[in-house]
Design a protein around this ligand. Structure first.
Ligand SMILES: [Zn+2]
Length: 345
């Protein structure tokens, strides 16, 4: 588990540690706020500070409990992380014992006594991925979590959670960072100055997203898409240019990496067309994240039909259809219609 007080959320976490010291910490918390701002890291840090032998408070990183937490071997922590496990949805068999359950379920874990005598903590990352059946099973646990049990749900799309889940958890709302904080953090990590500002601008306060922008070569991808949109390169040339980019994408297999790469590139295409529409509608450049590559575009480049074709291609990637074909269809949709040089040579 990573333990590193996330930038910008120190006050909320310290408040929760103080509540735990005074015996008034709620048993179910919902860490809500935009994606990529460090909510899960905040939940991990809260956990470490609750289990630390000198806690609750900032984890000392020296004691046995801190070392076990850092090594993912603490017996009183149970994490459901659909990103690490590559689960599109979190099924009920992870929450309550059902046919096909493997290993301990959340319910079984919370039914046990704490091995080290302190808190028993469950973290659920991207809890919006719990399907409805799983959410219903979770409700039972939320009604009677047991003494010293703590359930922390991390979520950026709370509208996907059942109202009964929302009403039974205490919401801890975490805010995005200021642009300057994201810039300062990237500079401190040694990112080249010419990439820092644009990455921070696209991330809009989400430091995790800024990291993805850099790791996955979004600035380079975006430049290729913008060139295709202007007709400076053909769809075919754009596809080759995208193939030539590296980028470090999540996924355990080459196919999973390729799918995540196509998703990111298609999402960028959607974002560019939406931003082009914003500029056409007269929004100031400061309010348009991708304005830097969209200046001087011909009018009506953001036609609705273009956007719809890109959105369909984007959906195909989620449906596990060939990611390369989806990318090619997006590039053909972006490229100006008159260009016959879009055909494959
Ligand atoms: Zn410690």
């Amino acid at each position: 588990m990573r333990v590193d007080t996330p930038l910008g959320h120190e006050r909320q976490i310290a408040g929760l540690w103080a509540a735990a010291s005074e015996g008034r910490l709620a048993h179910a918390l919902l860490f809500a706020g935009p994606a990529g701002i460090g909510k899960f890291l905040a939940a991990e840090t809260l956990t470490a500070g609750l289990l630390c032998e000198r806690g609750p408070g900032r984890p000392c990183r020296q004691c046995g409990a801190c070392k076990r937490v850092a090594a993912d071997s603490h017996p009183d922590v149970h994490i459901i992380d659909p990103l690490k496990e590559e689960l599109e949805t979190i099924p009920i068999k992870r929450i309550a014992p059902r046919e096909g359950s493997e290993g301990q379920t959340l319910e079984e874990f919370l039914g046990l006594r704490a091995m080290e005598g302190g808190w028993r903590i469950v973290l659920v990352r991207e809890s919006e991925r719990l399907n409805e059946e799983a959410q219903n099973a979770l409700l039972k646990t939320l009604e009677e979590p047991g003494a010293d049990a703590l359930l922390v749900l991390e979520c950026s799309r709370t509208e996907r959670l059942l109202p009964t889940i929302l009403s039974r958890t205490v919401q801890v709302h975490l805010e995005p960072l200021a642009h300057e904080q994201v810039v300062a953090s990237l500079v401190a990590q040694g990112v080249e100055p010419e990439r820092v500002h644009e990455a921070a601008r696209i991330a809009d306060g989400a430091i995790g997203l800024a990291q993805r922008v850099l790791d996955e070569d979004w600035l380079e991808r975006r430049a290729v898409l913008a060139d295709c949109l202007r007709g400076r390169v053909s769809a075919w040339e754009a596809l080759q240019a995208l193939d030539g980019l590296a980028g470090d994408f999540p996924g355990r297999t080459a196919a999973a990496k390729a799918r995540n790469e196509a998703r990111a590139t298609l999402d960028l295409g959607v974002a560019l067309l939406r931003d082009a529409a914003r500029l056409e509608a007269g929004l100031p450049e400061a309010a348009v994240p991708h304005a830097a590559v969209l200046g001087d575009l011909p009018r009506s480049i953001s036609s609705r039909e273009r956007l719809e074709r890109v959105l369909v291609a984007r959906q195909d990637v989620d449906l596990n259809l060939a990611p390369d074909a989806a990318l090619e269809r997006m590039l053909l949709a972006l490229a100006p219609e008159s260009a016959d040089r879009n055909k494959k040579p």
